[in-house]
Design a protein around this ligand. Sequence first.
Ligand SMILES: Cc1cc2nc3c(=O)[nH]c(=O)nc-3n(C[C@H](O)[C@H](O)[C@H](O)COP(=O)(O)OP(=O)(O)OC[C@H]3O[C@@H](n4cnc5c(N)ncnc54)[C@H](O)[C@@H]3O)c2cc1C
Length: 576
Amino acid sequence: MKRTCEVAVVGSGFAGSLLARVLAVLGYDVVLLERGTHPRFAIGESTTPLANLSLERLAVRYGLPDCYHLATHGRWMAHLPELRRGLKRGFTYYRHHPGEPFADRGLESERLLVAASPEDALSDTHWVRADVDHHFVRRAVDAGVEYLDRTELTSAEFEDGSARLRGRRDGDALELEAGFVIDASGPDGFLARQLALPSGLERTYTRAALVFSHFDGARLMRDEAPMLPAGPYPDDWAAVHHLIDEGWMYSLRFDHGTTSAGFLLTPRGLASLVDDGSADATRLWSVLLERYPTIGRLFADAHATMPIGFVPRVQHRLTRAAGAGWALMPHAYAFVDPLFSTGIAWGLRAVERLALAFEDAASGDRKPDAATLARYDAALGEEGDQIDLVVAGAYEAVAHFDLFAAQAMLYFTSVSFAEVSQRLGAADDVSWKGFLGVGDPVLGPLARESFERLRGITRQRGAPGSAGERAEFVDWLGRAIAPRNVAGLADPERHNLYPVDFDVLMQRHALLGMTREQLLERLPALRGLGPEPRFAEPPAAARRDVASRPARGDFGPLQECAPDTNLPEWSTLKLR
Ligand SMILES: Cc1cc2nc3c(=O)[nH]c(=O)nc-3n(C[C@H](O)[C@H](O)[C@H](O)COP(=O)(O)OP(=O)(O)OC[C@H]3O[C@@H](n4cnc5c(N)ncnc54)[C@H](O)[C@@H]3O)c2cc1C
């Protein structure tokens, strides 16, 4: 099979499919290549307000109403109930100690809740990736993308900024000439190997192994600690984080009762669990449940719906994100950690950026120019570093709950300030704005400073520091974030329970450079109220093109999942 196209997108996770679809809407001739098939199991499920704002902007700009509907739990239920998802009202954290049940000390408990939405209907979601990715690839095909699954690419040659991709599909040779290649193939991705892109991992700090699966029958934390004072939302309808000496565990409950859960273990934590050098996933899982009795009870009767998997290191990082004729999506370029759920938001922001770059090029070269690609490369580099510093700081801070609760405020200040600014600002300005405080004179430098201070306290050996050291850090962090703290964070009177508080926001209008009256006028937009937006019509040229293209691609029924083909070679999930 020989074919030419303007853009080849390698990998049909949500990022590749969505970008392929947007480019087709813009009138580009796009081929989407996938080595596996849909639907397929994948992890990386919890969205955030910034992710959903990206979805909304993409929806409005490129005429994709389903993306707008997927951006809140309420709209999702009303328009796409067949796609499985979970209600995510916010971020919940508990600190557990070995051999002790979680201690309910009322408002003094080691518990932090930060609401991300004021009510269920407007809330974020956990995506059942099998369903959501499947949906996005089908919509890409509807938009005119040619989708080739079961395709094993073997080489990529670049000449004069264009590419020749070779591979096999169903045993037949495939040759594709593409004006531009977007690599959305995730970790250990296609272009990293073809272009021999050097690793940049040594410039990063976060390191963690992963033990994970999906489980049926997991209990709710509220049933294990029923007397805890009420928080701003029900604790379990959130991204739940259980902090432990060895790292942390995520637990994401879907509305149909399945829970996605996994332990992220620091190298020191993993070494303390594995005394004979072998890391058997099922055994590690059992040892951790035994060591932490409350977590043990939560999962005592749960059974894994997929084999429990083990990944020795989830982090990866490259030294380049773009070049002449190619660009990497963030997950192909770098991954830090699931802590703070940055992956989907970062991926969607890159979809926006590259879509704009192709939009600008549509009447000219029909591919992003060198300056735009250099800007994209630099943005991903700085943002990868920033995510790493915020997360690595949080891993240091696990040493003591007070430190962790303070470090988390750095993340929440960055994202709440960005969210409010984005809701108030012009959509066009947003997508190139730095992620997680990058480029912000206040927030930008804080990630490194906080990380260094925490390492000073923990001596890089997990030491909790003295009460004085901790109090000083908490005090410093509160003062440092104050110029961007529009959400009333780091307030001791809240006892680590933070609702979405519009009154505080109104009081702090000056931090946004607005008068009280100006902010009051924009309040409906901030609350997510108001009529459904007008979605852009695809350009006439694109509509004509789509009609003339054959729809291609094989799809299985929604609920049957093949194993995730994107897991690295050494994943036990893949090996079984
Ligand atoms: C343990 C863990 C938990 C996470 N939790 C969260 C979370 O809660 N929230 C969040 O925002 N992010 C989370 N992430 C990050 C999230 O998983 C990623 O950001 C997201 O999956 C990126 O999506 P993508 O579409 O770019 O790539 P992927 O989902 O990785 O999709 C890549 C696709 O490319 C295909 N492919 C691979 N190689 C080839 C090839 N050579 N040729 C053709 N096709 C290929 C694969 O089959 C796959 O379909 C988590 C990550 C991990 C590891």
